[in-house]
Design a protein around this ligand. Structure first.
Ligand code: SF4
Ligand code: ZN
Length: 708
């Protein structure tokens, strides 16, 4: 037997032994009936569930799982068998970690890691992963001989947008080395025990169940999905023992290459297990092995620029400058001009810079011109300001249009960041991302209050008003084409969104205008026009042309789809939906739940449980993923009677959509303050109580036809 297979078997054997005795101890202590679950997931013990279909819910379910895991350890002296033993290690790690949650509801409370990653977080990662905003996932394990090395590697991943999960002492090494951590910052500490690596493994596994429609028990399908669609890889630092090696074998079985920082000599497996002893090469080699390509944007500014800094928060003591609409005039505007009105790369600053004034006005005025530019794309470009400003390390941006707050940190100021750099960022990024429609671009920034105010009131506000009027007039009836979006197919191969003016993509990130602009920027890309032809049924929004284009886009997986029905051939869901609606039989209505709400609903299911009923590009009549903004659309469940069906929403969501929802109810049915008739968790999460409450309120659903 080779040294490698030997190590793998010895590691998996050790984990199997640990898992077996831990299970026996736990059963002796708590009894076999004790309930056991990871927090906020609909997928039980995800590795065991996905690989075998077994739904672990009590301690008594575990001995059989230990049996399965032991059967995977054959000790046969070939690599394929040894990789199976690696999977056994993953199952063992899952059991050991799961038992921690049997002892305490929050075993990671006093740890520097976060432990189990809840389902909603995985769903929220869908869009950034498919758009390449997160180009890959690094799993960093161990303790570097020189802490500076692991710090450098993780910072490098961060600057490239790669999401890093840390396991072991490298967590402290990175923290001490000044790595900013957190989900938003794309560096996530998992835990110190090597078994905590399972928490990133189950992220990949649940991605297969959530987005890929892989069926529980289909191990081959699971391994194919993770290998082809989850761009993850592993880096180990420092000495590795047999348990780490066998965990690494599990990673390789899932298709994730492993790079170790010691010389393995002939034990290397090209493409799967490789040695890179020079840490300056670790990142490059890892990305090559997983074929991850990073788009680099060279920006002439004195601070780092990366998506990973988007979530950075700058508090008052760290703040050097602030531009805030409550104190000084602010506005952001992209305006389409004639070619002779724009001088390319001209940058004009009107007013003081960060060293002259602590609190500034901020009028950001971008004028563009281009043969293919359309006024409709102004807002699409303008919406990107938020992300681009945030990508600068040490800059925080919130809001849009004339309600904006920008903060600049002391560190960014010390590094030399000035207002001119903001203009440079806009210029470079627009010419980069919108080069198909923008030929020339000039930027003017007003930091002096009077000129910013004049810009806001005389140029920006009238333009916003024009755009709003255009948006309000834009209905599904007023346009002659819709668009597909298949961006999520890289995770959900059978999924296709149909985007219309009154129904944005279910992720909430793609409006009809966005889809139109995407099509213009990349004519062979993910958004294709659907001519509105061959209406088969107006009530449900059934079109020959939509069926045809969707069938093509999904390679035949979906042949009939309606635009406005939740019951009859509803649109498919990929998994990254902002909200899910589902029918509530007692009241004959629908409930809506958003991803952020972790509590119970009157359907007897949480968001995660409801969400697990749909997804993976499958049509599930009665359940449908959708964007937040769709709730107040006149087309929401229009075939079933529209928004009058809505009986329950979490309070935060209701408050968020309240004004627009009330307006729609007023316009459609003449109902005032409709949102007040919709229950939330502060009223009840019980369906009988809900029915009584709706009766008291005189909710219109009670007079509607039965849903089924
Ligand atoms: Fe994915 Fe649909 Fe959003 Fe496109 S519109 S990114 S397919 S969820
Ligand atoms: Zn999606």
């Amino acid at each position: 037997m080779s040294v490698l297979t030997d190590l793998i078997y010895s590691g998996s054997g050790a984990v199997a032994g640990l898992a077996e005795s831990a299970v026996n101890d736990a059963i002796a202590k708590h009894g076999a009936d004790k309930k056991i679950a990871f927090p906020d997931t609909a997928y039980y013990f995800p590795t065991i569930y996905a690989a075998t279909g077994v739904k672990v819910s009590t301690l008594g379910d575990l001995p059989a799982c230990v049996g399965v895991l032991k059967s995977l350890i054959t000790n046969e002296p070939n690599l394929d068998s040894a990789l199976n033993a690696g999977l056994a290690t993953a199952v063992g790690a899952e059991i050991l970690e799961g038992l921690k949650y049997a002892e305490s509801s929050n075993p990671y409370e006093n740890e520097s890691g976060i432990g189990f990653v809840p389902d909603p977080v995985i769903r929220s990662l869908g869009v950034p992963l498919v758009t390449g905003d997160i180009p890959g996932v690094a799993v960093v394990i161990g303790k570097a001989d020189d802490p500076a090395d692991v710090v450098k590697v993780v910072k490098d991943y961060q600057s490239k947008g790669i999401m890093s999960f840390l396991v072991g002492d490298c967590i402290e090494q990175c923290a001490e080395g000044g790595v900013k951590m957190g989900l938003e910052l794309r560096v996530i500490p998992l835990g110190h025990d090597v078994t905590s690596v399972i928490h990133v493994v189950t992220v990949a596994i649940r991605a297969a169940l959530i987005f890929g429609n892989v069926q529980p028990g289909d191990l081959a399908g699971l391994l194919k999905y993770t290998k082809e669609r989850v761009p993850a890889f592993v880096n180990t630092f420092g000495a590795i023992d047999s348990v780490v090696v066998s965990a690494g074998a599990g990673a390789i079985a899932l298709g994730f290459p492993v790079v170790v920082d010691m010389d393995l000599g002939t034990n290397q497996v090209p493409g799967a297990l490789e040695s890179v002893c020079d840490h300056a090469e670790t990142v490059k080699k890892s990305l090559e092995l997983r074929e991850i390509k990073i788009k680099v944007t060279e920006l002439p500014i004195p601070v780092a620029f990366a998506a990973a800094f988007e979530g950075e928060i700058i508090r008052r003591p760290d703040m050097h400058n602030e531009c805030y609409s409550n104190k000084n005039p602010t506005a952001e505007l992209v305006l389409m001009r004639e070619p002779d009105e724009v001088e390319d790369h001209k940058i004009t600053i009107v007013g003081p810079d960060f060293d002259e004034c602590k609190e500034l006005a901020l009028g950001t005025f971008v004028e563009v011109t281009g043969k293919k530019m359309q006024a409709d794309f102004e807002a699409v470009i303008e919406r990107k300001f938020h992300a681009w400003f945030n990508y600068m390390e040490g800059v925080m941006h919130t809001g849009q249009r004339n309600q904006v707050r920008v903060r600049v940190s002391n560190a960014a100021y010390e590094a030399g960041l000035r207002i001119h750099d903001f203009a440079e960022v806009l210029y470079v990024m627009i010419m980069n991302e919108f080069d198909a429609v923008v030929d020339k671009c000039q930027v003017t920034i007003y930091t002096e209050p009077a000129s910013a105010e004049a810009f806001r009131d005389e140029v920006a506000m009238p333009r916003y008003a024009q755009r709003d009027a255009r948006l309000a007039s834009m209905t599904d009836e007023s346009v002659d084409q819709y668009y597909t979006c298949i961006m999520c197919q890289s995770f959900a191969p059978a999924h296709c969104c149909v985007v219309t003016p009154e129904r944005l993509g279910l992720c909430g990130a793609v409006s009809w205008l966005d889809a139109k602009a995407t099509n213009q920027l990349d004519p062979n890309g993910p958004c294709q026009p659907i001519p509105k032809e061959g209406c088969l049924d107006e009530r449900t929004g059934r079109y020959e042309s939509v069926n045809k284009v969707v069938a093509e886009a999904t390679h035949g997986a979906v042949e009939n789809v309606t635009l406005y029905s939740i019951l009859e051939d509803p649109m498919t869901s990929c998994g990254c939906f902002e909200c899910i609606c589902g029918i509530e039989p007692v009241s004959n209505g629908v409930i809506i739940v958003n991803r952020e709400y972790a509590g119970m609903t009157p359907s007897g299911m949480t968001f995660g449980e409801l969400a697990s009923c749909t997804g993976g590009g499958v049509q599930t009549p009665g359940y449908m993923g959708h964007g937040r903004q769709f709730i107040s659309s006149k087309k929401f469940c229009a075939a079933e009677g529209g928004i009058k069906r809505i009986v329950w929403m979490p309070k935060e969501l209701k408050d968020d959509v309240c004004d627009k929802l009330n307006k729609t109810a007023q316009e459609l049915y003449g109902i005032e303050n409709f949102a007040d008739m919709i229950a939330d968790e502060t009223v009840t999460t019980d369906c009988e109580e809900l029915f009584n409450w709706l009766t008291e309120k005189g909710h219109p659903v009670l007079e509607m036809d039965p849903l089924m």
